[in-house]
Design a binder for this molecule. Structure first.
Ligand SMILES: Cc1cc2nc3c(=O)[nH]c(=O)nc-3n(C[C@H](O)[C@H](O)[C@H](O)COP(=O)(O)OP(=O)(O)OC[C@H]3O[C@@H](n4cnc5c(N)ncnc54)[C@H](O)[C@@H]3O)c2cc1C
Length: 396
């Protein structure tokens, strides 16, 4: 007998469920350390007030900022580029410069080209060598995107506009060769009932970003995902016979993610086919922008803006991923106790996020050296979940 799903108690009769003993079969993932082929570490450019999309004049150049997207740079890239390019277009340029070729700069360049502009990218590195390529790569538009106080009352609406616009753009890449954007089933399994953790303000913690220069607790972070729950698939509780794993509790949702090599190739190809130019260049001060031939510059240097533009409101938030040998036969993601696996085209992403730290994990840490121990800890903790799948015989 199927247990009713949360929130759907009125309609169980209409829902066909597998008979008891016929659990859905999934191909087990191989999660042993010998499968670990890479580890990546990078800094999320969290800006206290949210991404800088302001403008300023340097010499006689109009500079439109587009940096500081925290843990959401991939997810907000199209919406954010739309705002930045809109501001660039206000002075009717024929050509513009984009400084930076991470996911934010490159997307801005392509959006500007689609609007009819000639674009030159100036950057130290092209996308595959940037911090952006060291992310995990899911649609997470609300991840460490801003702090509530500094972001102010207007920011949630701008965020929602960017998140919705980006979501629509990602939908246009589904099913393209190489699957630059894909969905998969995402399982969250547990020994205890699964509840979304809340982080009320902790009065025992003194200080805040305003007084300490760094957030001091989770409740300072803006949590905006509720605003787009009508378009993003939400988790449903699974009855035991619907749960491919042998845990007492499980949820399933559908998860949008990005395959970086295919996605990067697609964007760079479009940029160059539209006549885009790339100049490898290292800037040392904003004054150098005034010497560029283009009258309008979109500035998208990500975390590097902290030094280049002396923007001390950018807060480093360290994060790391492990990568296992690709396992296309196991096309899903799995989370348990904040340890997770996501099977992508170029490998299975492993993450180990301390459940008691929440958004505070990595805050203020700007070291970019990977640490293997937490990755191996996640592999050891997750491996036993797959033993029953192997016994039942898996399916992709
Ligand atoms: C572990 C981890 C997981 C993440 N997962 C996700 C996720 O699932 N989804 C998501 O949306 N986001 C995720 N993020 C966040 C995402 O990676 C960032 O928000 C994003 O990469 C920021 O991109 P960017 O283009 O602004 O900056 P960058 O990628 O850092 O690009 C900056 C560009 O500027 C250039 N540059 C910098 N300084 C100079 C200079 N002085 N002169 C010339 N050029 C310069 C660089 O060469 C580069 O081309 C994650 C981050 C981490 C750390």
């Amino acid at each position: 007998m199927a247990m009713p799903r949360a929130g759907l108690a009125a309609a169980p009769a209409a829902m066909p469920t597998p008979a008891a003993g016929m659990k859905p079969r999934l191909a087990p993932m191989r999660v042993s350390p010998d499968q670990l082929i890479d580890m990546k570490c990078c800094i999320r450019p969290l800006r206290a007030a949210g991404p800088n999309l302001g403008t300023e004049i340097v010499g006689d150049r109009l500079v439109v900022h587009n940096y500081g997207h925290g843990g959401s740079g991939w997810s907000l890239s199209w919406g954010s580029a739309e705002v930045a390019v809109g501001k660039a277009l206000s002075v009717l340029p024929e050509s513009i410069a984009v400084v930076g070729c991470g996911i934010v700069g490159l997307t801005s360049a392509v959006v500007a080209q689609r609007a009819g502009l000639k674009v030159t990218i100036y950057a130290r590195e092209l996308l595959p060598r940037t911090r952006s390529f060291r992310a995990s790569g899911s649609y997470t538009p609300g991840s460490r995107i801003a702090l509530v106080g500094p972001a102010g009352a207007q920011f949630p609406e701008l965020w929602e506009q960017m998140a919705r616009f980006s979501w629509k753009m990602f939908r246009t890449f589904l099913g393209l060769p190489g699957n630059p954007v894909e969905f998969c089933d995402s399982y969250n399994v547990s020994d205890k009932p699964i509840e979304r953790r809340k982080w009320p303000p902790n009065p025992a913690i003194a200080g805040s970003w305003e007084t300490a220069g760094l957030p001091q607790q989770n409740s300072e972070f803006a949590h905006l995902d509720e605003r787009i729950r009508d378009i993003v698939p939400q988790p449903v509780d699974l009855a035991p016979e619907e749960n491919p794993f042998d845990t007492p509790y499980a949820q399933r949702s559908s998860h949008m993610y990005f395959n970086f090599p295919a996605y990067g190739h697609m964007l760079l190809t479009e940029f160059f086919e539209r006549g885009g130019r790339y100049v490898m260049r290292d800037f040392h001060s904003p004054a150098e922008f005034a010497g560029l031939p283009e009258k309008v510059v979109i500035h998208a240097t990500g975390y590097a803006a902290r030094d280049l533009w002396q923007d001390r409101t950018i807060i480093p938030v360290r994060g790391q991923t492990g990568w296992l040998v690709p396992q296309p036969e196991a096309h899903y993601s799995l989370r348990s106790n904040n340890m997770s696996l996501l099977s992508k085209a170029d490998g299975v992403v492993v993450m180990n996020n301390n459940p008691d730290m929440g958004d505070m994990l990595g805050v203020g840490d700007s070291t970019e050296l990977p640490n293997r121990a937490p990755i191996e800890e996640a592999l050891a903790a997750l491996a036993p979940l797959f033993a029953p799948l192997a016994v039942r015989g898996g399916r992709s």
